[in-house]
Design a protein around this ligand. Structure first.
Ligand SMILES: Cc1cc2nc3c(=O)[nH]c(=O)nc-3n(C[C@H](O)[C@H](O)[C@H](O)COP(=O)(O)OP(=O)(O)OC[C@H]3O[C@@H](n4cnc5c(N)ncnc54)[C@H](O)[C@@H]3O)c2cc1C
Length: 493
């Protein structure tokens, strides 16, 4: 039966908000997105500085079918809006000595890399890949559904035991692989979603197979071009986006969301409210404390939050043609175990650096002025529980990271930079409204996953929904797109 069109508010225009908004607008609902910032995208905001286009956050794009689905819902073809190119190797991973491992889509090419380090490990790596394929086959279907009851979650536990996914990602890899660096190569994926490989359950190993199945892609024009395309699609479906529109409060009456209120006191009434703002920040700040059950506040405060990041966007006046870098680079450092402990447990600034370096101008000329290269480097740091004074430390830290890159990968870097911007954990807290400045919201652990993670449909208030990194299925673009799908389906029901 066709539903009556509803008036729906979406707070925030990250990937999760856009996914929900497009689906609902395509169904004929009257959908308005209110976005705090001057541009859509959230973590995928694209900075344009001196002719360079810097993607603010997500760069590893996978699962093109998720985008195809959004365009098809509106009777359109994704290819008419954006161009994806597949990347291989997926990643170049540097060890502490500066040697690198190219991580390919193909098993055979990856095995050749393994042989360079230790030929004896090939058999173990095959078993590891078989293990993560099983994990993917068992658990991927649950990433597009919610867990409304504890029982619905407990039912998957026999598979958790069977596949051994209660082990940490690193522990899972270590069952099959002995070589220390190869174990790290096999188990780094939790870092992409704010988890520590040494304690994130290997159920998240499904990401490894997810990438292998659907490839790693780049969108011409950067991830910002995907955001532009999704906004265009949304508007073509009849949706409206209001920028520079920060919601101050979600209005609740009789346990029902009624709409939203802005700083100037104006109100927008709606039948349904979808919040793409960080779920913990939203529960703590956008809903009157008197309406929130006490255990809820306590629960949110006691959850563990992901790490944060310092991200430096920089463009150079020359091209680093013969450098050792690939499009996606991971630099894991010598004392990786201590690095992870410092960031996730001790919450202190590690002496060593753990870096991801993005060099999109290797793939796309349109991203930088002619003859120039475009980069961003992200450095793993603790979230704001770490009590680091980023206002005082920022310049020194940025210089440390750039100095490291200059010494090891990009000679004379600092003299060649002609465009630069940097953000610290304060950006995640103050601009993106993320609790504790966490870059990936609530940390992915067993007790903070599935049923134990905040759900898309609020447990406390009718017609209030959350989409984005803090709710099930978690952080990362594919997961937040899925949360938008879960929300739209729940509203349609
Ligand atoms: C540096 C970095 C690199 C990453 N790299 C990758 C990657 O390569 N691949 C990948 O898959 N994932 C990556 N991630 C993770 C991924 O970017 C995120 O999980 C995902 O983009 C989060 O999307 P979201 O829907 O939760 O919304 P967000 O991007 O967090 O957007 C939420 C939006 O809500 C708005 N908002 C908040 N409060 C309000 C309010 N009160 N009123 C109005 N608007 C409000 C914010 O301004 C923001 O625009 C990366 C993350 C970071 C930080």
């Amino acid at each position: 039966m066709q539903q009556q069109p509803k008036k729906i508010v979406v707070i925030g225009s990250g990937f999760g908000g856009l996914s929900a908004a497009i689906r609902l607008a395509a169904k004929g609902h009257e959908v308005t997105i209110f976005e705090k910032s001057d541009q859509p995208g959230g973590r995928a905001y694209q900075y344009e500085i001196n002719g360079f286009k810097f993607d603010g956050g997500p760069t590893v794009i996978t699962a093109p079918h998720q985008y195809d689905e959004l365009f098809e819902l509106a009777g359109k073809k994704r290819e008419d809006y954006l161009t994806l190119v597949s990347l291989d190797p997926f990643y170049r991973i540097f060890d502490g000595n500066g040697d690198h491992f190219d991580y390919w889509r193909s098993q055979q090419q990856t095995e050749e890399e393994i042989k360079k380090y230790s030929p004896d490990e090939v058999a173990g790596y095959r078993k590891f890949i078989k293990g993560v394929t099983d994990i993917f086959n068992w658990f991927h279907p649950f990433t597009e559904k919610s867990f409304p009851t504890l029982w619905s979650f407990l039912r998957i536990f026999p598979h958790v035991i069977k596949t051994g996914t209660w082990r940490s990602m690193y522990g899972f890899a270590a069952q099959f692989i002995k070589h220390d660096f190869l174990r790290k190569v096999a188990s780094f994926h939790p870092l992409l979603i704010g988890g520590n490989p040494f304690d994130t359950p290997s159920i998240y190993g499904l990401i490894i197979q997810f990438e292998k199945q659907w490839g790693v892609h780049y969108c011409v024009g950067g991830t910002g071009a995907i955001i532009k395309a999704l906004c265009k699609l949304f508007e073509e479906c009849g949706g409206t986006i209001k920028l520079n529109a920060e919601v101050k409060q979600i209005l609740i009456e009789n346990k029902r969301a009624q709409g939203v209120e802005f700083k100037d006191g104006s109100v927008y009434e709606a039948d349904e409210v979808v919040c793409n703002g960080d779920v913990a920040f939203a529960y703590k700040n956008y809903i009157s404390k008197t309406l929130l059950p006490k255990p809820m506040n306590l629960w949110l405060s006691n959850l563990q939050y992901s790490n944060s990041l310092v991200v430096i966007y920089f463009g150079t006046k020359k091209k680093y043609k013969d450098c050792r870098l690939s499009h996606h680079n991971l630099i894991l450092g010598n004392d990786y175990n201590k690095l992870m402990r410092d960031i996730f447990q001790r919450k202190i600034l590690p002496r060593e650096l753990g870096l991801y370096l993005h060099m999109p101008s290797q793939t796309d000329d349109s991203i930088a002025p002619e003859g120039c290269d475009c980069f961003y480097v992200l450095s793993l740091v603790p979230n704001l529980d770490g009590k680091i004074n980023w206002n005082d430390l920022m310049d020194e830290y940025v210089d440390k990271v750039l100095g490291f890159l200059e010494e090891n990968y990009l000679p004379e870097l600092r003299d060649n930079i002609i465009a630069k911007h940097a953000v610290t954990p304060l950006h995640f807290q103050n601009n993106l409204n993320s609790y504790k400045g966490a870059a990936f919201s609530i940390k992915p652990s067993m007790m903070q996953s599935g049923y134990f993670r905040p759900q898309v449909k609020s447990n406390w208030f009718d017609n209030l929904y959350f989409v984005g990194a803090g709710v099930h299925p978690g952080a990362g673009v594919p997961a937040v797109l899925a949360s938008g799908k879960i929300a739209a389906a729940a509203i349609e029901q």
